[in-house]
Design a protein around this ligand. Structure first.
Ligand code: GLY
Length: 361
């Protein structure tokens, strides 16, 4: 895997508008290793991850990567591979998904998730559900057990119970730390979540030794069929943004925004400022660009660049495409993710680690 700075190494791709260096996405070029019929990327959120949280992020994405790898080696289908990784991340309070998610303006955890595959464009999404640990599994049940693609709120919760998902007691998903973050958010004047994905604006919410955490999680997978076609899968799960309005939905469960998979284009999972990723239709935009002949990495970087150029938003994206290419890029100070060179995270890269820390600024 080579880590390079987009601007210095490659110049600017078509559509990339010159901006101050701080807005240049950081890129990973991901080379497949070992598993010739399998591609996997896992992310644990893009934001200004402080040093004290590096290790938990590295451990979390590494564990999720290994779980997905194990599922693949045991013969699981693409959905099961995606869900194996998301299950680990939703359980881990390090991340803004499942347990440990941000609280909304009412002090509740409200979860969104989606999963999709690219052969038949099958998709399942769920938004605004409370008291269930694994929204990604509920999204998969919507895909596989209903004629619908997207359920929200109470109806989704009732459906989840009918499918056997356990409704947890209120507060079961609330990490005590999030109560402090919530109080700090109020004290800070309820700042808009847009600023949380870039540095140093988020510093205002930090208190104590451990800053708040806020990483949406996601997975992209490609499995090569016997006929030599790549079948693409993506899944994304989140608790949304801190202090979000009750009922607010960001990019994550919206098919074509925070998640997308099309075997004729790409599978994409996003993290970052949801309102912007939603409005730019990030997932579909990348897939359509690939379908039109654009290189995957360039499509990802152009989307991040456009997100900033049009709306001053920051985000991170992982993607795999119909040719088996992989790409990961982010415009936030950090993104936690695991890729194919064993388990590589921004924290474990033996050389050049600092280039990931946006030393270009
Ligand atoms: N990207 C996560 C969210 O905005 O909800």
């Amino acid at each position: 895997m080579n880590i390079e700075n987009l601007a210095s190494a490659h110049g600017q791709p078509d559509g990339f508008t010159a901006e101050p260096a701080e807005n240049v996405p950081c890129r990973f070029i991901c080379a497949p290793q070992g598993e010739e019929n399998f591609r996997l990327l896992v992310h644990g959120g893009a934001w200004d991850i402080p040093a004290v949280l590096h290790q938990p992020h590295a451990d979390g994405v590494a564990k999720a990567y290994q779980a997905a790898m194990k599922a693949f080696r045991e013969g699981a289908d693409g959905f099961a591979v995606v869900l194996a990784a998301l299950e680990i991340l939703e359980k881990d309070p390090t991340f803004d998904a499942g347990r440990g998610s941000f609280l909304n303006e009412c002090g509740e955890v409200e979860l969104d998730a989606a999963i999709m595959e690219g052969a038949g464009l099958k998709a399942g999404a769920v938004a605004g559900i409370r008291n269930f640990l694994h929204p990604s599994k509920i999204a998969h049940d919507i895909l596989s057990k209903t004629n619908h693609a997207f359920l929200v709120g109470e109806g989704a919760e009732r459906f989840a119970e009918r499918c056997g998902h356990k409704r947890l007691p209120p507060d079961e998903l609330v990490d005590p730390r999030e109560r402090e973050v919530f109080a700090a958010w109020i004290k800070a004047g309820k700042p808009d979540a847009k600023v949380f994905f870039s540095s140093p604006a988020n510093a205002s919410l930090r208190s104590g030794a451990e800053p708040e955490k806020r990483g949406t999680v996601g997975v992209t997978v490609a499995l090569k069929s016997a006929a030599g076609q790549w079948n693409l899968f993506a899944g994304t799960s989140t608790g949304g943004t801190p202090g979000k309005m009750q009922g607010r939905v960001g990019d994550v469960p919206v098919i074509g925004a925070g998640v997308y998979a099309d075997d004729e284009g790409a599978a994409v999972s996003c993290t970052g400022w949801g309102e912007g990723l939603l409005r730019i239709a990030a997932g579909q935009r990348i897939s359509a660009a690939v379908r039109g002949g654009t290189n995957l990495q360039a499509a990802v970087e152009m989307t991040l660049a456009d997100l900033y150029r049009r709306m001053k938003g920051h985000a991170g994206i992982i993607a795999v495409d119909r040719h088996g290419n992989m790409a990961a890029s982010y415009s936030t100070p950090f993104m936690a993710f695991a890729g194919p060179a064993g388990v590589v995270t921004h924290l474990r890269q033996p050389a050049g680690c600092d280039t990931l820390r946006r030393q270009d600024r």
